[in-house]
Design a protein around this ligand. Structure first.
Ligand SMILES: *Cc1c(COP(=O)(O)O)cnc(C)c1O
Length: 393
């Protein structure tokens, strides 16, 4: 069947389009490092690129390729490059497309290490970076320099839940000849397709929503065009940050229920957000589905749902935040998000503790900010856990 034209749920189940001689219903794990050639001539053809036969699992593997095909279809891109983690995806993009003397403009409230690696490591190779609030396009225009090569956006952003306008960012990138990269981890292809708004590259930490079961670390890069795909794939092969076939199998399995899990977690998140907004000890709540979210209308325009991650602050600040975290019984005190279980964390002391105080404040990562990744448990239990915890604050 032509899965490119079918609905999202059908794509989730069939887009990997894998067929073997046994007609296996699920994609088998090809747990092999290398593949034998039929003949010396066949080996020469594979290495010469005249045949698409498999050579070696760092270069390509049937299980991994099935996952790559599936994600490319879900994001509407040319091709996918599966990698060992979300950070491997970010670093492969940086290393492939930025050179000495280049400059990158990025969302300030990004995943901590995406910024950390730029400011601590890539700076050694002469790559400059500017981090700004990309929800206001004027900040982007002001930050662009003659040597700017890349516009890097995370939306919704971690952990502020700020939303940047994909269409406007894409226009700015075109006008200034920049490569436009979007970290789509917080939305997943179910809720948002940045390539459709003109992004050149979209990437995911599949550790989060796509795999969804808190049992695998994985990443993927999807490009709009073939030329960029070829360059990125070549870098991935040379860096050796490839995915493992077993890891690919796990993600393929988790991916099948992406829409079911997301619908349920989102239903729960909407109710939790409303509960928190009304609670007397809560100072503020940021969730794209709430009318109070500053980019609520934009979220409706470019996303098909609000997701399952909420950030909020307590009136009692840092102290109250730690008190709440220490008094929850159901929510796990853990980083990560987009899984079936409810997780809670405090960015100022955990994921963003290495970001300087000044940069944290500038990016809206206040000391009181708590990030809640809502799972698929019963909503009554999630709310009762939060209610009991808040009582002790
Ligand atoms: C987790 C995450 C990453 C990094 O992914 P890993 O799989 O942990 O390497 C990158 N971006 C965002 C938005 C994330 O949440």
């Amino acid at each position: 069947m032509d899965t490119k034209r079918s609905g999202f749920n059908t794509k989730l189940i069939h887009a990997g389009d894998f067929k073997d001689q046994f007609k296996s219903a699920s994609v088998p794990i090809y747990q092999t490092s290398t593949f034998a050639f039929e003949s010396a001539e066949d080996g020469a053809r594979c290495f010469g690129g005249e045949s698409d036969g498999y050579i070696y699992s760092r270069i390509g593997n049937p299980t991994i390729n099935a996952l790559e095909r599936e994600l490319a279809i879900l994001e509407g891109g040319y091709g996918g490059i599966a990698v060992s983690s979300g950070m491997a995806a970010a670093c492969t993009i940086y290393l492939t497309l930025l050179s000495n003397g280049d400059h990158i403009v990025s969302t300030d409230a990004v995943y901590g290490p995406s910024r950390g690696v730029m400011e601590k490591e890539f700076v050694r190779f002469g790559i400059e970076s500017t981090y700004i609030n990309t929800t206001d396009y004027r900040n982007i225009e002001k930050a662009i320099r003659p040597n700017t090569r890349m516009l890097y956006i995370e939306t919704p952003a971690n952990p502020t839940m700020d939303i940047s306008d994909l269409e406007v960012c894409s226009q700015i990138a075109r006008k200034n000849n920049l490569i436009f990269v979007v970290d789509n981890t917080f939305a997943s292809p179910y809720l948002q397709n940045p390539l459709a708004f003109g992004a050149d590259i979209v990437f995911h930490s599949m550790t989060k929503l796509i795999n969804g079961h808190a049992d695998i670390v994985a990443g993927i890069i999807i490009t709009q065009e073939k030329a960029m795909y070829t360059r990125l794939r070549s870098m991935m092969i040379n860096l050796g940050c490839n995915m493992d076939p077993h890891q690919a199998y796990m993600v393929l399995r988790g991916l099948k229920t992406l829409s079911l899990r997301t619908d349920r977690a989102q239903f729960n998140a909407e109710h939790v957000a409303m509960f928190l907004e009304k609670h007397p000890k809560v100072a503020w709540v940021k969730y794209p589905g709430l009318k109070s979210h500053p980019q609520h209308c934009l979220a409706k325009k470019q996303m098909r749902g609000s997701g399952s991650t909420i950030s909020f602050g307590l009136k009692g600040g840092y102290e109250a935040a730690t008190k709440l975290l220490n008094n929850l019984k159901l929510a796990l005190l853990a980083v990560s998000l987009g899984g079936v279980e409810t997780l809670i964390q405090h960015p100022a002391s955990m994921t963003h503790s290495k970001v300087s105080k000044e940069n944290k404040l500038k990016s809206g990562i206040t000391d009181d900010l708590i990030r809640l990744a809502v799972g698929i448990e019963d909503i009554e239990d999630i709310i009762s856990d939060l209610n009991d915890g808040l009582m002790k604050v």
